[in-house]
Design a protein around this ligand. Structure first.
Ligand SMILES: Nc1nc2c(ncn2[C@@H]2O[C@H](COP(=O)(O)OP(=O)(O)OP(=O)(O)O)[C@@H](O)[C@H]2O)c(=O)[nH]1
Ligand SMILES: [Mg+2]
Length: 453
């Protein structure tokens, strides 16, 4: 494998900065072994050891002073994360030791890695495609079961395979048209354009399915904002506390208890919900409460889902409900009656009846939340989903070109026009997996990684 772009050997701390039991320093590139052998004394030289072996020894600085005893893991090209010769040095978890070792490596011709540079090299060396490389960051950042599963699927290539399959279908269609173009002067018709059109339309259908998956793909990856809203004293803070299973917000029988927004995160069924407990909305002269109410309205505007809480005893707040409809759309609102322990037979037009005191009805509330968040009751973990805006935009672009192609066929344009659109669509799909890429795209993607990944 030719690695002309990566002549440098890079180093970075791969574990979090701070004190830990151990720290791991990662080195990758052609000098990895020789630089290590200049500072490391073990039983055998790193350069002479087999791939995927671990070696105990001591690392010395340039004056010959001991820095630390370490373990060095050896990975030989192409069987490493980056595809290059690389090592991982496990040290005692001290920042001073890490700094010293990185410094002595730099003195021996290694340079500091840029953010995401190890993964970028893995991509450039064909170890991962671009969608998979992006999934590495998602796996690292995922905090719920669902986001981890989604990211793992993408890292395993589920999305990439889907994109590849669509590209293949496109390439077939365009080569049919191009073949026909080659023989155009001889007036031979090889393919029925209707056939090509049908192919293109089925590709558009597949793209639509992927585009649709983005709405819950995003939810799975980033979570969903949920505002707890209602008039004072209906039990918003009590509900927050119940869901969190802790006494996070102050609860009292005095209306107007909550003033500031209280934001907490919770994972329900593997989905991350970002909950915002708000000040009860009412007309008030109190200047602090007024600001709180102002913030409550903001929370309604900025939330994906609004839980509109009503007091079973005091009845449904129609006035506030109508106001909410001006701030958000009705399909984002879940209406609930709280305190049904006080009035079990409550009967106003609420979706869900709960008690923040006894927990009654909470299962149904959680189910509704999940359905609202995903836009569907369930999704198959085995299907490719789009969680990344860059991928979403590339799919939109591809679809645009394909619609153009269909349009060209309908209006009996010549094959050249159709072929150009098909090629453009194919390259838009190629952007997702990195078949087609620019330095700008790559820099943009990897700049968001942390150093050492
Ligand atoms: N019996 C019963 N009491 C509840 C329930 N939920 C809340 N309460 C009581 O209702 C009162 C108000 O509860 P909070 O959670 O402070 O209400 P809130 O909507 O946050 O009120 P503000 O912050 O003032 O807008 C408290 O005395 C709670 O103990 C419930 O399900 N059943
Ligand atoms: Mg409150």
């Amino acid at each position: 494998m030719l690695l002309t772009q990566n002549e440098d050997t890079i180093v970075a701390l791969a574990t979090p900065a701070g004190v830990g039991a151990i720290s791991v320093i990662r080195v990758s590139g052609p000098l990895s072994f020789s630089a290590a052998d200049k500072i490391f004394a073990g039983k055998i030289k790193i350069a002479d050891s087999a791939s995927h072996t671990i070696h105990y020894g001591k690392i010395y600085d340039s004056r010959g002073e001991l820095i630390d005893d370490v373990l060095v893991s050896v990975f030989k090209a192409p069987n490493s994360y980056t595809g290059e010769d690389s090592i991982e040095i496990s040290t005692h978890g001290s920042q001073l030791i890490v700094q010293k070792i990185i410094r002595v490596l730099i003195e021996n011709g290694v340079r500091l890695a840029e953010p995401g540079e190890f993964t970028k090299r893995a991509f450039l060396n064909g170890r991962l495609d671009l969608a998979q490389a992006e999934a590495v960051a998602d796996v690292i950042n995922s905090r719920t079961e669902a986001s981890l599963k989604g990211a793992r699927n993408q890292l395993n290539g589920l999305l990439s395979q889907k994109i590849e399959a669509l590209r293949e279908m496109l390439i077939n269609s365009s080569s049919l048209i191009e073949l026909e173009l080659d023989f155009a002067e001889e007036n031979i018709e090889f393919v029925s354009l209707n056939e090509v059109k049908k192919n293109i339309e089925s590709i558009i259908g597949e793209i639509d399915r992927l585009l649709e998956s983005y709405s819950f793909g995003k939810v799975i990856k980033d979570g969903v904002n949920v505002a707890l809203v209602g008039v004072p004293n209906v039990g918003k803070s009590s509900l927050l506390n119940y869901i969190l299973k802790e006494s996070r917000a102050i609860v009292s029988e005095i209306p107007g208890t909550t003033r500031d927004i209280i934001r907490e995160e919770v994972s329900i069924d593997g989905i991350l919900f970002k909950l915002y407990d708000t000040a009860g909305i009412r007309l008030t002269e109190d200047i602090i409460e007024k600001e709180g109410v102002y913030r409550s309205r903001d929370a309604v505007r900025n939330s994906d889902i609004v839980i509109f809480i009503n007091d079973a005893v005091n009845g449904f707040s129609l006035e506030l409900f109508n106001e909410l409809l001006e701030l958000t759309s009705e399909n984002r609102i879940i209406k609930i009656a709280n305190k049904i322990d006080l009035k079990p037979d409550v009967n106003f037009s609420n979706d869900v009846k709960v008690s923040a005191k006894t927990g009654e009805g909470m299962d149904l509330l959680f189910k509704k939340l999940k359905i609202k968040a995903l836009g569907t009751e369930s999704y198959s973990e085995k299907t490719a989903i789009v969680t990344n805006l860059r991928h979403y935009n590339a799919l939109l672009k591809a679809k645009e070109f394909l619609l153009n192609a269909v349009e060209s066929i309908n209006s009996k344009m010549t094959g050249e026009f159709i072929a150009v659109d098909l090629r453009n669509a194919e390259s838009s799909l190629g952007e997702i997996i990195g078949k087609v890429t620019t330095d700008d795209i790559l820099n943009n993607i990897f700049a968001k990684f942390c150093i050492g990944k």
